[in-house]
Design a protein around this ligand. Structure first.
Ligand code: FES
Length: 260
């Protein structure tokens, strides 16, 4: 991991309050696994660095040949609002790539993978789907959003494999929960990223196949020093143990840590 000033190459609104940000820099050449993240300090409107803490954003996809990262984020407060104001040519202080991502080698050659995502937990699954299809793995995506105005990357996922969209209100795709479709899918390994209630529900449904979950957690340092991101393990042999989401995760094998 390194710290550098990455250059904004594109900033595009792709859904209600959701932006796709492309950044150019050396960090894009250092990403080793889909599901890793960067920790960025958001520039203020004045051009001075904002006093807000660094914020973790998962990497959606990477183009190492062009030294470019794609991030997708939702505007939820001051920092992300300021981030959405950045324009091509501006520089952003970025630290990364960080964390352990999704293990793509868990799927046997010629096998099938299932990806389950919710909201802004969807983006890292796109880079994962790209990595898996590059290996010849057949992928199925089950993606949940609140409503049709929140949906993004439907066509991009569909270009890689079967894609089932759920919305809470039924305004697009199927109405219901992503877990409703898991039983209809054929797969060898499953991967999930999204809000904790969704991860818990997925973990309750997928009990017979390998499942890897990516956790979203409040973070401080981002590299293992402050314990702000610590979560408890579930292992009976290690019942007082913990894992740091920033450096032991954010991806864990289902059952390794408590989802709370
Ligand atoms: Fe500091 Fe994880 S954010 S240890």
């Amino acid at each position: 991991m390194i710290q550098e000033e990455m250059v904004v190459t594109a900033q595009t609104k792709i859904a209600d309050g959701v932006f796709e940000l492309r950044l150019s820099g050396r960090i894009a050449t250092l990403v080793t696994e889909p599901g890793q993240f960067v920790h960025m300090r958001v520039p203020g409107e004045s051009g001075m660095l904002s006093p807000v803490l660094r914020r973790p954003i998962s990497i959606c996809s990477v183009d190492p040949a062009h030294r470019e990262l794609t991030l997708i984020y939702r505007v939820v407060g001051l920092g992300s609002q300021l981030l959405s104001n950045t324009c091509p040519g501006m520089k952003i202080d970025v630290f990364g790539p960080l964390g352990h991502g999704f293990p793509v080698d868990e799927v046997p050659a010629g096998g099938r993978a299932l990806m389950i995502g919710g909201g802004v937990g969807v983006p890292p699954l796109y880079g994962l789907a790209e990595a898996l299809t590059d290996r010849g793995i057949e992928v199925t995506h089950i993606l949940g959003f609140r409503s049709d105005k929140d949906i993004f990357y439907e066509a991009q996922f569909a270009a890689l494999g079967e894609t089932v969209i759920f919305t809470d209100d039924g305004s697009h795709g199927r109405k219901g929960l992503v877990t409703d479709a898991i039983g209809e899918a054929a797969y060898d390994v499953a991967y999930a990223c999204g809000p904790l209630p969704m991860l818990k529900a997925v973990q309750n449904v997928i009990t017979e196949k390998p499942l890897f979950v990516s956790m979203e957690q409040r973070m401080g340092c981002g590299f293992g020093a402050c314990l702000a991101c610590a979560v408890h393990t579930t292992d009976a042999q290690d019942h007082k143990g913990y894992r740091r989401v920033c450096c032991d995760g954010p991806v864990f094998r289902a059952g390794e840590v408590e989802l709370c």
